[in-house]
Design a protein. Structure first.
Lengths: 161, 220
């Protein structure tokens, strides 16, 4: 098979560029990224940025409770006009906390923050998300949802996990 | 991955040289600036305090990073993880990108390294695993174009699928990297720098032979 790199002329170069462009088209067509990948990536980068304008969610339930034992479980609910967030806090075997969340509209990315530490949520289906193991302590959750075709940032008030 | 069959000839491709035909205006078919330049501009705006410019940068570069990751034969879910890791690494380390015009290269190199690492850890990663189950982005072409090109595209795709893995990987990387840095690509692919140009040429020649064998030149 011929290798025509040495002494490649303009015609060869154009031909190669055209073939590479066709290749790009065919890959774009046949192996495009999942349709929502870009949006999820935007959200996961955005939620990292604390300087964005997060709308404060209002607690629907009292925030005074706390999980004291492995048996106890705390449910917190937050909302604003169009967004609803539920958090279930439970104790883990190692003495930490597990936070299972659900949001409507479905969450695209979420973080739980305590002082200088942050944890990214594992996302599930239909708005579910979870922080598998975080220490007990005062926390806030930031999350990003899509509403009316746009990403919207929300943050909960501080609560005890 | 050593280049076995073709000894590098120094005169063929200078280290770091841009490939013939790989102009910087590769992606500017619609008259817009090349992707690396758009990325540089968005990154600059974000650094200047325009929060939403980051959203646009992620929107611009995510499909390219996906193709970089998929070039390594990763499953769709593993490729997604690579793309996400790339972005989160970028968020942590963006201070290390001193020159905004290097931001696109920084991202593609990071994605390739992460993909390479992942493909080694998960050498059994099966590219067909959850293939075609995910909804795909719609293609942006007119109906007539689509009908005419479908045949050519079928031939080209068939040829691509018959290429060996190394050729497929290299061609996918250079096809989607609008400013390929051959020195880095060589390092990422574990190939001698001097052999990238010739290998690329040979892979394209193989592809042409396969297309001709299939009876279509696929508009190339």
């Amino acid at each position: 098979m011929m290798v025509r790199v040495e002494g490649m002329n303009a015609y060869d170069e154009e031909r190669d560029a055209a073939l590479l462009a066709s290749l790009r088209d065919v890959w774009e067509e046949r192996d495009a990224p999942p349709s929502d990948l870009t949006e999820r990536m935007i959200a996961s980068v955005a939620v990292d940025d604390v300087s964005r304008e997060y709308a404060l969610l209002t607690p629907v339930t009292a925030l005074e409770g706390a999980v004291r034992s492995e048996q106890s479980r705390l449910t917190l609910q937050f909302s604003d006009d169009a967004t609803s967030v539920l958090l279930h806090v439970s104790a883990t075997e190692s003495g930490g906390r597990r936070v299972d969340g659900w949001s409507d509209p479905p969450v695209l990315a979420a973080r739980l923050a305590q002082d200088a530490h942050e944890w990214a949520a594992d996302l599930g289906d239909e708005g579910r998300f979870a922080f598998a193991e975080v220490p007990a302590g005062l926390s806030t959750v930031r999350l990003i949802v899509r509403m009316d075709g746009e990403l919207r940032e929300f943050i909960t008030p501080q609560f005890e996990v | 991955m050593p280049e076995g069959r073709h000894a590098p000839r120094p005169e063929e491709a200078a280290p770091g040289a841009r490939a013939p035909g790989q102009g910087e205006d590769e992606s500017s078919a619609a008259g817009e600036p090349p992707r690396w330049q758009q990325a540089a501009e968005l990154f600059g705006r974000w650094r200047a305090g325009e929060t939403r410019a980051m959203d646009d940068l992620v929107r611009l570069m995510t499909p390219t990073l996906w193709h970089m990751a998929r070039a390594y034969g990763l499953s769709p879910s593993a490729a997604e993880d690579v793309v996400q890791t790339t972005w989160l690494t970028f968020v942590r380390k963006h201070d290390s990108v001193l020159d905004p015009t290097a931001v696109s290269a920084w991202l593609t190199v990071t994605a390739r390294r992460e993909a390479w690492r992942t493909s080694r850890v998960d050498s059994r990663s099966n590219a067909m695993e959850d293939e075609r189950l995910e909804p795909r982005l719609p293609t942006h072409r007119s109906a007539e174009d689509e009908a005419v090109e479908a045949v050519a595209s079928e031939g080209l795709w068939h040829a691509v699928e018959q290429l060996d893995e190394r050729c497929r990987r290299l061609l996918r990387i250079v096809a989607f990297d609008d400013r390929p840095d051959y020195r880095r690509i060589a390092a990422d692919l574990r190939m001698p720098i001097g052999s990238i140009g010739p290998t690329r040429g040979r892979c394209l020649a193989k592809l042409r032979a396969l297309i001709v064998g299939h009876g279509e030149e696929a508009g190339a």
